[in-house]
Design a protein around this ligand. Sequence first.
Ligand code: FMN
Length: 196
Amino acid sequence: MNDHGNHTIQLVALQGSVRPGNYTAKALALVAEAVGQQPGAALEIIDPTNLHLPLPGQGASDDARRMQEIVAAADGVILATPEYHGSFSSVMKLVIDNLGFPSKLKGKPVALLGVAAGRIGAIKALEHLRSVASHVGALVLPGPVSVARVRTVFDKDGRVLDEDTAALIRGVPGKLLEYVNRHVCPRLELEAMVRK
Ligand SMILES: Cc1cc2nc3c(=O)[nH]c(=O)nc-3n(C[C@H](O)[C@H](O)[C@H](O)COP(=O)(O)O)c2cc1C
């Protein structure tokens, strides 16, 4: 139960890495932990590793359609990407390309999280991702979280080695939930009142 009645705020995180042992998933595990501590909020992580997502223009798959339904029903979305070759991953682009045209991200509040092995972090990945997400109509929230030297933040088993950075990652859903509570829930309440 949240501050605004019975509606559970449903968040979806789209994971932009399918690399075995990827650090994007380790960061998302902290996000899930943080959402788990928020009453009235739930998170579903979409890991594309075992999904059949066609290349753009090759039609929609059942997995793509299911992913579209999940995103369409979500109150907020977290895009979590690794930095690959100075941008966000092609996996993340494939996920976005499989969200429809027009995109199911249209009008959705979106928070961005990027992780990188390098010392400059995922700044380029996040800037490019912000641009694409805005292009498809998402309401991209300010304050993307960029994690530098991610392999010093977690060990290979996902245990936290750097508590300060972990706290930053855990803060990602909080900003999104605050936005949804302030700007989306009042509309949902109004709609529910009208239906009564
Ligand atoms: C194809 C590829 C390109 C990469 N390019 C960069 C890069 O430009 N900058 C960087 O800091 N790390 C780069 N990395 C390292 C990733 O940031 C690193 O693997 C990190 O753990 C995040 O990715 P992951 O979620 O797949 O683990 C690259 C990794 C791959 C596989």
